[in-house]
Design a protein. Structure first.
Length: 162
């Protein structure tokens, strides 16, 4: 945590969002903020706060804080030129319920496409609702791309043909 930088950050979070952090830590991890603070478990508190899910009181408080909202908006504006990776849920938030809901969404989208086609319309493509994307997925994509490039090179295609 360094020589006080983490403590300053923790103190700022606790000062600004104490009620939300306290409720989230107790609900999610069974941790009493006041007790851990008195025990000077600052690094552990900060680590747990950083692990709170996006759907937490703390996250909601940050997103509804005008000062934080301005900083978030500016950061997103600065990244607007970069091509962001498509959204996907975090693995930590993707439990059985999320998996089943994703399957249900895909089924409904498929049914919509089938109904449009059955009515004589021209259905558009059915979008795939994203699942979690991990470094394993990215590594598999890289291996598949390398395999495809190697195969294309065997057929005489140059690297700049891609």
């Amino acid at each position: 945590m360094g020589c006080g930088g983490g403590r300053r950050r923790l103190y700022g979070l606790i000062t600004r969002y104490r009620a939300e952090v306290r409720a989230d830590l107790l609900e999610r991890f069974g941790v009493d903020l006041a007790q851990w603070w008195r025990q000077r478990r600052f690094r552990s508190l900060l680590e747990l706060i950083d692990q709170l899910p996006g759907a937490s009181r703390y996250s909601e408080a940050i997103q509804n804080d005008p000062e934080q909202a301005q900083m978030i908006a500016q950061a997103r504006e600065e990244q607007a030129g970069d091509e962001p990776e498509p959204w996907s849920p975090r693995v930590a938030d993707y439990d059985l319920h999320a998996h089943l809901l994703r399957d249900l969404i895909q089924s409904v989208l498929g049914l919509q496409t089938a109904v449009v086609a059955a009515a004589g319309g021209k259905p558009g493509s059915t979008p795939t609702y994203p699942g979690p994307k991990t470094e394993v997925d990215r590594a598999i994509e890289a291996l598949n791309e390398a395999w495809a490039r190697d195969l294309a090179a065997r057929f005489g295609f140059a690297e700049d043909d891609f």
